[in-house]
Design a protein around this ligand. Structure first.
Ligand code: ATP
Ligand code: MG
Ligand code: MG
Ligand code: MG
Length: 439
């Protein structure tokens, strides 16, 4: 991508309305545009990051055995009347009437709809277990939308729904998602701690919130500090191993960790004082086991091995990719701007041409830009007619992990400068060495 032809509306001034650093940086870096309270357009740079996060989430869902579908954003109220949640959900639900005066709604979550799909097609225990997920926009009319996409009204959610014959296998489904979530957040460069959580309007009796510690987080949380040093399950984890996944779950729940609603002061104070973490956190994921809460009122059952009808045992599992964009910035920034983890950065490498129009500088920049793009790197080339200072500031602000700085002075000695965004280390290398650095 050539910056001269890109759409990157950088703001010079810090927007006054933004209270936290991630919101400020997302506006300044031209990632999002507010359209009304809690509703945002995703501009090119923001969309690239959102898509990269969704791709990691998707890979780890697929690895765990979940299957992707896509359900609509608009739902019929009748489905929610079946579960009894149409009235119970309250003002967070955006209610709409169509031209025939039918009650519709913009989905805040999809338990009812996915249960309707499964009850229509899944008739035998042989078709289980099943876990269906989608990555789709949700709408919740939040009382206080704030902090940009951290608490939007329209936001992206990955929501998965598991269906099993009994409690034991549903438990394994829960452990699959639990393990997939640990892997997902680690790949995103985040330390997310599973904490015992309240089940809220989703219902049920087993639930964990995945929390990233951050001073700007909206949740109050309490946990043992050793969680911050635990190893994440490996990529070759066997998701079919019941005891293996139970072992992962047991380890990651062996120490105290709870959100405010579930906090047990006595248990917390039993932790050695220097290991107690009492902090604020961002809820980036939330998983629930709720048994037959939806299958019973909605009549979702299968024929069991003995020929009897059995109600399905369900769970639901959410991650907020749009909130994660903001959470990643809260966790990764400095005075210069955003510092993206390598896998999530909107571009891998930026080539900064310090003297556009100078034949040698243009040629070397083009060679790097095209050569590395051909190797499969996501490249951005700052070929704008601008002062070097502006180019350095832009590259730092948008957080590209590697910068290759090309100027006439260095080139006279056959060198370009390689800069690592995180840490800021710089190194003078030949053009060939710069190309070879990225295999
Ligand atoms: P919160 O406590 O922040 O209101 P929630 O508990 O209502 O979130 P869930 O129903 O558990 O949210 O939804 C699953 C995930 O969706 C959350 O863990 C979060 O990552 C994301 N999410 C929920 N509400 C929002 C929102 N308003 N804006 C952005 N992401 C959200
Ligand atoms: Mg909420
Ligand atoms: Mg919550
Ligand atoms: Mg929640």
């Amino acid at each position: 991508m050539r910056l001269s032809r890109y759409f990157l509306p950088i703001l010079r001034d810090t927007p006054k309305e933004a209270e936290i650093v991630s919101h400020r940086l997302m506006l300044r870096a031209g990632m999002i545009r507010q359209q009304s309270a809690g509703i945002y357009s995703w501009l090119p740079l923001g969309l690239r990051v959102l898509d990269k996060i969704s791709a990691v989430v998707r890979e780890e869902q697929n690895r765990s055995g979940a299957i992707e579908i896509l359900m609509p954003t608009i739902q019929s109220a009748d489905l929610w009347r079946e579960s009894g949640r149409y009235d119970a959900y309250g003002k967070e639900m955006l209610r709409i009437k169509d031209r025939h005066d039918r009650d519709m709604l913009y989905g805040p979550t999809n338990e009812e709809m996915v249960t309707e799909i499964v009850r229509s097609y899944v008739k035998s225990y042989k078709d289980l277990p099943l876990n269906l997920y989608h990555i789709q926009w949700k709408f919740r009319d939040e009382v206080r939308p704030r902090f940009g996409v951290m608490r939007g009204r329209e936001f992206l959610m990955k929501d998965a729904y598991s269906f099993d014959l009994d409690k034991e296998s549903a438990r394994h489904a829960y452990n699959r998602m639990f393990t997939a979530y640990l892997r997902t957040f680690t790949r995103l460069g985040l330390k997310a701690i599973p904490m015992r959580a309240d089940t809220g309007p989703i219902g049920g009796d087993l639930s964990h919130e995945f929390i990233v510690l951050a001073s700007t987080g909206e949740s109050e949380v309490f946990c043992h500090s050793d969680y911050l040093t635990f190893d994440t399950p490996a990529a070759d984890t066997d998701f079919d191993s019941v005891s293996g996944l139970q072992g992962i779950f047991d380890k990651w729940t062996s120490l105290y960790a709870a959100t405010e609603e579930m906090h047990d002061k006595a248990a917390f104070e039993a932790i050695p004082e220097d290991k107690r973490v009492s902090a604020r956190g961002i809820e980036v994921g939330h998983i629930f086991y709720f048994g037959t809460k939806y299958s019973e009122p909605m009549g979702a059952s299968v024929t069991g091995p003995d020929g009897q009808q059995v109600l399905l045992h369900g769970g639901s599992y959410g991650i907020g990719p749009s909130r994660l964009v903001a959470a990643l910035i809260e966790a990764g920034h400095d005075e210069g701007g955003i510092v993206w983890p390598d896998e999530i950065a909107p571009f891998d490498i930026a080539v900064l041409n310090l003297k556009v129009g100078d034949a040698a500088t243009d040629a070397a920049s083009e060679q790097l830009y095209k050569g590395l793009a051909a190797k499969g790197y996501d490249m951005v080339y700052d070929d704008r007619d601008e002062r070097p200072g502006g180019k350095f500031a832009t590259a730092d602000l948008i957080g590209i992990p590697w910068q290759i700085i090309v100027g006439p002075k260095g080139l006279a000695e056959g060198k370009v400068e390689l800069k690592r965004r995180a840490g800021g280390e710089r190194e003078l290398v030949s053009l060939e060495a710069a190309l070879a650095r990225f295999p």
